[in-house]
Every structure is written in structure tokens, then in C-alpha cells.
Design a protein around this ligand. Structure first.
Ligand code: SF4
Length: 311
């Protein structure tokens, strides 16, 4: 039986991979990473160190994992992509059972190509760069009758894996012939802080985004599915990243010639209005958020979520 863990550079997928390795061994285990080319440099560091840890590979003397400051400026996209190409080649040569998939485009290039700005309900970025890329690899490299796929969903989000009524990732993928499991939805229960303690015990530094307050280690703290509170955190902790996405949002608005935005303004009763990142920043720096905004973190589940219209 082949075992494929959807490895996202997040705490959950690392812990899932550890549990799977413990249960089935390493021989037929692969970690599948789908790169948006928009991850935090420290996420790439964790991805490599975490994968090496799962396979018991010492990186010492084999590969120098770059620290945050050694990465080029993420805003220089050609340079950034060339850097990641070299890094992934070296990482895969060092950890052969790590599969590192890249479309070649990042999330904004997908939005421009699709002529559609993603939002909390429609996510062309994860559909194309993650789910489709992973599905294609599975079809080309695995036999569904001889493969189990694993995701890092934990017990707090178990309903997104299988809600018991035919909804969720597992039943959806089962209809297509694939077997999915979520090792963290079984006892012993592990919360994120337990996993972070586990990482420390294994001498791996946890991804820095968690310490900054982010609940996911995705897309450099950005996510088109995130809510107001998440963007407030991004603005406060990673203003350069916020500023980059604010600029890209302005560019795509001009490109499409439409009043589109990632966020929505709900201050006018039930009617939602577009709220650009620029307007949100000006609002956030000039006044206090409302209590509803403060608690609106939104949800990110690249591999899990699938709305009817995103395929
Ligand atoms: S984390 Fe958000 S922005 Fe990034 S690929 Fe997933 S859905 Fe898209």
C-alpha cells in the first residue's frame, strides 16, 4: 500500500505525517507539497526540516536550509521563483520521498489568468495550485486501489473531513475512488499547541507565523478566504506583505475594470459591499474595529474546502 501525506508546511500535516510514519513505516510513504510560490520563507524552512525529521534524515552536512534573511525579497517575483526552484531541487535530492509540486504561477498570476479575484467562497488559487495539482500527481503516480492519502485536519475541524452526512473531504474523494484518512481526528487528541510542543521536543522550530498569531502557516499570512481580524493581524505583523497584496488587489481591479475586493464591508445591514485592502487599511489605522470585525478570522482550508462552483 502506498501512503501519501498532503504536506502543507503546517503543524497539522507534520503531525499527521509523523503518525502515519509510526503506523506504516517509511518505505512507501511520500509527502506531497503543492507550492503556491507565495509561502513564508520560514514555512519553506519548516517544510524541509519537518520532512527530513519525518524520514529521520539528518540535514547536517547534506543541505544548508536557508534562514528567513537568506531568502530574496518576495516582491521580486522572478528572483524569488528562481530561488525556490533551486531550493526545491536541492531539498528533493536530499529527501527523495518529498514531492514538491509547482505550477510555475503564484496565486496572483492565477487570479489574473482566470480573470477572477478569489474570495471567501471561491478559491481558484487553491483549486488550481493545490487541489488540481495534487489530484493530477495522484492520478499519474498512484493507483487508488493501492493508495491511502492523509491530511492534517485535526479533531477541531473533523466535520470538514467527514460530517457524517455525506459531506466533507473523505466522502467526496471516496466518490472518485480515493481513500483519505485524517490521523489527527483519532485519539490521542492533539491540539495545535500540543503539536508545537512535539516539534520542540524533536528540536524543530515551529513555523514563525503561529507565534505571530496566525492560525495557519499558509501563503505568507495571506489568504483570500480570511476575514477582517486576520487582515488586521497581517497589517500589524507583516505590513510589507499586506502592502504587496493591497497593491495586487488594486492592479486586478484595474485589469478587470470591476469593483471587486477580497474583503466585504458589512456595515450597512445585510447588504455586503466591496472593501478593498486599501480602504480596510485606512479604516483600521484610523478607528477601532467593531466587535464583529474583531472576531472575523475567516477560514482557510486549501485542501479541504470545495464549493460547488470551484469544482
Ligand atoms: S491559503 Fe488562501 S490564498 Fe493561499 S492558496 Fe489557500 S485559499 Fe488561496
Amino acid at each position: 500500500m502506498q501512503h501519501v501525506v498532503m504536506f502543507s508546511a503546517g503543524a497539522g500535516s507534520w503531525a499527521a505525517a509523523k503518525r502515519v510514519a509510526e503506523r506504516v513505516g517509511l518505505d512507501r510513504l511520500q509527502l506531497l507539497f503543492t507550492d503556491t510560490l507565495m509561502e513564508d520563507p520560514d514555512a519553506y524552512r519548516f517544510l524541509i526540516e519537518g520532512a527530513a525529521n519525518v524520514f529521520g534524515i539528518s540535514l547536517s552536512g547534506r543541505m544548508k536550509v536557508p534562514s528567513y534573511s537568506e531568502f530574496p525579497d518576495f516582491r521580486d517575483r522572478p528572483k524569488w521563483k528562481r530561488y525556490l526552484e533551486r531550493l526545491s531541487t536541492e531539498a528533493v535530492a536530499t529527501i527523495p520521498q518529498l514531492v514538491w509540486l509547482k505550477d510555475g504561477r503564484d496565486i496572483w498570476e492565477v487570479f489574473f489568468d482566470e480573470r477572477f479575484l478569489g474570495n471567501s467562497r471561491l478559491d481558484p488559487c487553491s483549486k488550481i495550485l493545490k487541489r488540481r495539482a495534487a489530484d493530477r500527481w495522484l492520478v499519474e503516480n498512484c493507483d487508488p486501489r493501492d493508495t491511502v492519502c492523509y491530511v492534517g485536519i485535526d479533531f477541531t475541524e473533523a466535520h470538514r473531513f467527514d460530517d457524517g452526512r455525506g459531506g466533507g473531504l473523505r466522502p467526496r474523494r471516496a466518490l472518485e475512488g480515493w481513500t483519505y484518512e485524517a490521523p489527527l481526528c483519532s485519539e490521542p487528541w492533539l491540539a495545535k499547541w500540543d503539536v508545537i510542543e512535539w516539534m520542540r521536543a524533536e528540536r524543530i522550530a515551529p513555523p514563525r507565523l503561529y507565534a505571530l498569531g496566525f492560525s495557519h502557516n499558509n501563503c505568507f499570512g495571506f489568504c483570500i478566504k480570511a476575514g477582517h481580524a486576520h487582515y488586521r493581524l497581517l497589517l500589524q505583523t507583516l505590513p510589507d506583505v499586506y502592502s504587496y497584496h493591497e497593491q495586487k488587489e488594486q492592479e486586478i481591479r484595474e485589469y478587470l475594470g470591476k469593483d471587486v475586493s477580497i474583503l466585504a464591508d458589512r456595515r450597512h445591514g445585510n447588504k455586503k459591499r466591496p472593501l478593498t485592502l486599501r480602504a480596510f487599511r485606512m479604516r483600521a489605522t484610523s478607528e477601532h474595529a467593531s466587535s464583529s470585525e474583531d472576531s472575523d478570522y475567516g477560514g482557510c482550508g486549501c485542501f479541504i474546502d470545495q464549493t460547488a462552483s470551484t469544482e
